[in-house]
Design a protein around this ligand. Structure first.
Ligand SMILES: [Mn+2]
Length: 351
C-alpha cells in the first residue's frame, strides 16, 4: 500500500478556520506498584507542576482542556487477600486499573482525547481497556517503548506487572494466564494484529518468541535507523489501521527515548530514540486526526539530579504537545490576510 502522507498545514487549517476546538482530558495515575522503584507515582504531580496545562493552552490551535485530577482507588474486601503467583501487588493492580479504565472510557466518550500521566506502565491495561470500551473495540495501539511489556506471570523474571500489560490485553495470550480474580471487567479483546511496537531495544527471550511466532509488528531501534521515523510510523499505521478508520491509542513509555534524553526513569537505557524522533512520531499521529488516547508513563522524578529530572519532564511535555498539534514551524496568525503590515509587529519586542 502506498504510504499515506499527512499534511501538517491542512490539519492546522482545519482547526484555525473553524470554531471546532480539539477537546482534551488530562488524567493522572499516581501508581507505582507495577515496579519496584519509589517515585514514579509522583510523575503526574511533577509534570503538572512543570506547567503541562499552561503549555497545552499555548498551542496555536484552540484546545478545550479539562484536568480530571488523579485516579484514586480502594481495594475491595474480597480482593484484599488475593494473590496471583509472580504478580507483585496484584490486588492494587486490579483495583487501580478498574478505576483507570472507567475514567478513560468516560473521558473518551465525552469526545475528548485522553492524556494519561503515569505512573508506571501497568496502567496501560486500564487505559487501553477504557479506550476499547469507549470506541466499541475499533482501536489500534502503538506501544512506544524500549521494552515489549509482553511477559506473563509465567515468563516474567521479576513479577513486576509493568512488564506485562500488553500480555494482559492481548486476545492471543489469554489462554496463557491463570484465572485473575477481580479482573473480570477486563476482557482481553485486543488482537496483537492491531498493535505496533516502536522503539524496542530490550526484549526478553519469551517476548521475542511471541513477537516472532505471532508476527507482531515490532519496529526496533535498528528499523528506525534504517528507515527513519516517518516511514516507520507510516508502516505501522498501514499494518494496524490500513483503512485509516480506527481510533489510535499511543502508550508512550518515556524509556523509549535515549537515557541521555530522558534519564529519570526506572529502566533507562542507552541507544534509544531522540526527543526529535519522539516529537516527529507524535506529530505524524496527530495529523491523522484519529488520536484517541495517549499514555505518558514511567517518568520518575526521584531518579537523577534536578537537571535530569527537569530534562525528562520537559521531554514528556514536548511529546504531549506534539500529540496535540503544536507545530514546530509555527502557524500563521488567523487574520493574516487583513492585518495591515505596519501594525505587525505592533511594537518592537525581544522574543
Ligand atoms: Mn513500558
Amino acid at each position: 500500500m502506498r504510504p499515506k502522507v499527512y499534511h501538517c498545514l491542512s490539519i492546522a487549517r482545519r482547526f484555525l478556520h473553524s470554531d471546532q476546538s480539539l477537546k482534551v482530558g488530562v488524567l493522572g495515575v499516581p501508581f507505582d506498584k507495577g515496579q519496584a522503584k519509589k517515585g514514579v507515582g509522583n510523575g503526574p504531580e511533577f509534570i503538572r507542576k512543570k506547567g503541562l496545562l499552561e503549555r497545552i493552552a499555548e498551542i496555536e490551535q484552540k484546545i478545550d482542556v479539562k484536568d480530571y485530577g488523579d485516579v484514586s482507588y480502594k481495594i475491595p474486601d474480597e480482593l484484599q487477600k488475593e494473590i496471583v503467583p509472580n504478580m507483585k501487588a496484584y490486588a492494587d493492580i486490579a483495583a487501580c486499573n478498574f478505576e483507570v479504565s472507567k475514567m478513560v472510557e468516560d473521558i473518551i466518550k465525552t469526545g475528548r482525547i485522553c492524556i494519561t500521566l503515569g505512573g508506571d506502565h501497568s496502567l496501560g491495561v486500564g487505559t487501553v481497556d477504557g479506550h476499547i470500551k469507549a470506541k466499541n473495540e475499533n482501536v489500534c495501539v502503538i506501544w512506544v517503548d524500549a521494552h515489549a511489556d509482553l511477559n506473563t506471570n509465567k515468563t516474567s523474571s521479576t513479577g513486576n506487572v509493568h512488564g506485562m500489560p500488553m500480555a494482559l490485553l492481548a486476545t492471543e495470550l489469554s489462554d496463557y494466564w491463570p484465572y485473575l480474580p477481580g479482573m473480570d471487567w477486563q476482557k482481553p479483546v485486543l488482537s496483537l494484529r492491531d498493535v505496533a511496537y516502536i522503539g524496542l531495544r530490550s526484549v526478553d527471550t519469551y517476548e521475542r518468541l511471541v513477537i516472532d511466532k505471532l508476527g507482531i509488528n515490532a519496529f526496533g531501534m535498528e528499523d528506525i535507523e534504517n528507515f527513519g521515523i516517518n516511514t516507520i510510523v507510516e508502516m505501522a499505521l498501514n499494518k494496524i489501521d490500513p483503512a485509516g478508520e480506527k481510533s489510535i491509542h499511543v502508550s508512550f513509555d518515556i524509556d523509549s527515548l535515549d537515557s541521555l534524553e530522558a534519564p529519570s526513569t526506572g529502566t533507562a537505557l542507552r541507544g534509544g530514540m531522540t526527543l526529535r524522533e519522539g516529537i516527529q512520531l507524535m506529530e505524524i499521529l496527530y495529523r491523522t486526526g484519529r488520536l484517541g488516547a495517549l499514555d505518558l508513563v514511567e517518568v520518575n522524578p526521584s531518579i537523577g539530579t534536578e537537571t535530569e529530572v527537569n530534562r525528562t519532564i520537559d521531554a514528556a511535555i514536548h511529546v504531549i504537545m506534539a500529540a496535540l498539534g503544536h507545530c514546530r514551524r509555527g502557524i500563521r496568525p488567523k487574520n493574516v490576510h487583513t492585518l495591515p503590515l505596519q501594525t505587525f509587529p505592533p511594537t518592537r519586542q525581544v522574543i
